[in-house]
Write a new protein. Sequence first.
Length: 373
Amino acid sequence: MGRTIPGTASLLGLALAAAGVAAVARASDGPAPRADAHLAGTARAAVDAAIERGTRWLLARQDARGAFVAVTAKPTAEVALTAVALWAAAPSRGGAPEKAAAATEFLLRHRQPDGGIYDPRSGLAVYTSGIAAQALRALAPPPSSPLADAAHAVELFVYQHAIPESYVDLAEAAPDARADVGAGAARVLDSASGLTAEQKSALAFLARSSEGGGRLPSRTRKPQWKAPGAQLDAFSYDDMLPMVYLPLAHDHQIAQRAYEAVRTGYELDRNPDLTRRYGAAGFQPGTQGLYYYYVVLARALAVRATPWLTTADGRRHDWVRELSQKLVARQAPDGSWVNSDATWWEDEPVLVTSYALIALAICREIPADPEGR
């Protein structure tokens, strides 16, 4: 973006944040396997190899700004794409420290006065901020460091909004004509070099003119609160986005709703539509959003810290082994993942590879459960 929000993204703060990322990464030579992990032997070796290949492929998609750029030609929300890629390829999972530092700086340059990390010109503000919070936390910033402060601020922004906006909301708040001018000015400001101070000032003014022009959502939906132990509602569309980025525990209502939906709809060859908003049979054909479903599935089951799932039909599954084997089998020879179904941007390998790496990392950390709960 090239624009500084006073008090939030100073050069000193960016330098300290980047140094914190590098320091944490230097202390780790990649992901250290937990001694009590469920995956072991050849199964673990296959997952480790898939993560290493996928991370190497993903890091090669980062540009000189620190952003992760789309392979496909279609427009993408760069801040969101960079956030999910940083989360997937954090140094604690084997990513390169200098790559993480550059991506972190790119994200911090997009901090907004309201505390979120997003681009007002594109994407979903709350969802992007939620993913950015996960990315910053994956860097394991030292307490009271600038990076930890940044993570706390964006988490507060996310919690205040409770439920992210949807693309329906963005359509209701379509940009006016000023947005095109402002977006063009911002692109020039981002990419051009050799500009005079006067030219930069003029471009910054035009870019700011688009802010408030309708790109932010017109409304933010609020969840229905229920006391602990109250009867669960069905897992809904409003649960889907927060399930990916919110910190979860097994007694959280959203985690319980997701778990019950998984017990009923668990399968790995297709996306069954856990929300059933398209009817009792779920998605047809089920190829759409498949890798996003894998992330939701892994997060919904990981909160119970057991590799075993007994579905509603009474069948017992080693979901960790089944999901990790499915993902390893779907990896392309170059290390990437992609969905042949373009719905929800899953024909974009940077996005889908990030989803796959996040899901595999979750599988990798599930502890052994000899009691088979």
